[in-house]
Design a protein around this ligand. Structure first.
Ligand SMILES: Cc1ncc(COP(=O)(O)O)c(C=O)c1O
Length: 489
């Protein structure tokens, strides 16, 4: 069957599925989940997966989505199942599906040329680009940072943040003198002095992406790393805290002190080895690695060590940024003494990129560069997202809904102590552990068949990443279905 035929057939089949019920009070969102197939993925999803498998490995596909019909917090699959989405495209939809404000922005004729003509931003930016940056990314820049560079994805943002750090580190050593012929020649054959022996520190269980630099900092999942050669850079232990944090203050403090001591030791060891640490990369809350938290004091201590040793600090806010923590940037909760040197973002910011300290600004063009370096269309959308977040007070709401969800998870974990544990969260960045990975897989599968789409993290965590439109009644639906699911198991 030719591709066009399949497409027409699928569209025709999907068109026969009744539209989800609409709740007029909630911007056209369905009233709740609606399940029409015995298992998800349903038959149409499976058929499309089989077809996709002809051309690529499709094992990671969960189900095919009808993006036209998905609305707000509800994702609609191609079989007509309506699911409450608490994973939101791997934590990357700030306002859920088909937000009217974003639709309106894309329908404006004056935005058409930006959508159609994707520019090589580093060299041919559009007329309104400076203004777009100001009204979007710069309007929510982390306190103390006013330089920004857009990128295509999260990995790319971390990767180029590392580059900016390494360049600044070398600039500090080199001083104002120009590059030598030796430096410029040796870097082309991966030799020093042009390719200096520097190292970059990361933490156990970190996830910073899949490009080679970012991958070297990633330690969360074997299948992300296996078979790729990466530099043997220092890996410090990320604190393994006990939850609830307020009940284990003394133990957690000791654990964090242990980790910080190792950070300091590693910096001195690698310095002596002749491969000094130029930068440290860390997530405010480790996401893929298991939703692992650390305290404000830990991050303050880490910044102190960086200041003491001249190491640059990069906070990877790819998963935590965008307001869901209750502040635009999760690291704002840490009350750091000054801004980190780099804050990497992507996902809910719709564009990848990084904010950086003035000191990290490259001194020549083309040093931080690629063909697109981002996409101004994403900034048009982000501008609207930020307006919605600010006008509707969505960060404060995320804080309230998040604490309601966390309270609910704690109640459930006391009802099912053998199954659920370690409920934790900041804003709506919540997670809970399940007894073991097999049980977790069952819980996630059954919840999906009940109409709730969840994410996972670490070995046994369930990761909750709702949109900023998630409300108390959505939490109730989620908790109610989780209770039923665990009770029946
Ligand atoms: C903290 C963090 N950094 C970086 C990345 C990589 O982002 P991307 O998948 O867009 O390359 C992710 C992705 O999940 C992430 O969670």
């Amino acid at each position: 069957m030719v591709r066009e035929e399949v497409f027409v057939r699928c569209k025709a089949a999907i068109a026969t599925i009744p539209l989800p019920q609409v709740d007029a009070t909630d911007r056209g969102e369905p009233r709740g989940p609606l399940i029409v197939t015995s298992e998800i993925p349903g038959p149409r999803s499976q058929e499309l997966s089989a077809r996709l498998s002809q051309y690529q490995n499709a094992d990671a596909v969960q189900f095919f989505v009808d993006y036209e019909r998905s609305q707000g917090n509800y994702v609609v699959d191609v079989d007509g199942n309506v699911l409450l989405d608490i994973f939101t495209q791997i934590a990357s939809l700030p306002l859920g599906y088909n937000h009217p404000r974003l639709i309106k922005a894309m329908q404006k004729p004056e935005n058409l040329a930006t959508v159609i003509n994707r520019p090589a931003l580093g060299s041919y930016p559009p007329i309104d680009y400076v203004e777009r940056l100001q009204t979007s990314l710069l309007s929510v820049a982390p306190p103390g940072l006013r330089q920004v560079q857009t990128m295509g994805c999260g990995s790319c943002s971390v990767e180029n943040g590392m580059k900016a750090i390494n360049m600044a580190y070398q600039r500090r050593i080199r001083g104002p003198r120009p590059y030598t012929e030796g430096e410029m020649g040796s870097c082309l054959v991966n030799q020093s002095p042009g390719s200096p022996k520097l190292s970059f520190m990361s933490f156990s269980n970190a996830f910073h992406g899949r490009t080679m630099g970012a991958l070297s900092l990633t330690h969360a999942k074997w299948y992300v790393k296996l078979d790729f050669p990466v530099p043997e850079w220092p890996i410090a232990p990320f604190p393994q805290l006990r939850y609830p944090l307020e009940e284990f203050v003394r133990e957690n403090h000791a654990e964090e002190r242990r980790c910080l001591e190792q950070v300091r030791d590693l910096i001195y060891t690698w310095d002596k080895r002749g491969e000094p640490v130029s930068g440290i990369c860390i997530e405010p809350i480790q996401g893929d690695g298991g939703d692992n938290h650390a305290s404000a004091a830990f991050f303050q201590g880490l910044q102190d060590i960086c200041d003491e040793t001249g190491v640059y600090l990069m906070l990877d806010e790819v998963q935590t940024g965008g307001g869901v923590s209750g502040k635009y940037w999760a690291h704002e909760h840490f009350r750091l003494r000054h801004a980190p040197h780099v804050v990497a973002f992507s996902k809910r910011m719709l564009s990848g990129g990084f904010y950086f300290a003035d000191e990290l600004r490259p001194t020549e063009g083309y040093r931080i560069y690629n063909t697109w370096t981002g996409d101004p269309t994403r900034l048009i959308l982000l501008e609207q997202v930020i307006k919605e977040v600010m006008e509707k007070g969505l960060m404060a709401k995320a804080e309230l809904v998040g604490s309601y969800m966390l309270d609910g998870l704690r109640v459930l974990q006391s009802e099912f102590p053998g199954v659920l544990s370690n409920a934790r969260g900041l804003g709506t960045l919540c997670a809970v552990d399940v007894r073991d990975s097999d049980t977790r897989a069952q819980v996630v599968r059954r919840m999906r068949n009940r109409g709730v789409n969840l994410g996972v993290c670490g070995a046994v965590g369930i990761r909750l990443r709702p949109s900023l439109l998630f409300k108390h009644h959505h939490v109730d639906i989620f908790l109610d279905k989780l209770r039923t699911t665990i009770a029946e198991m």
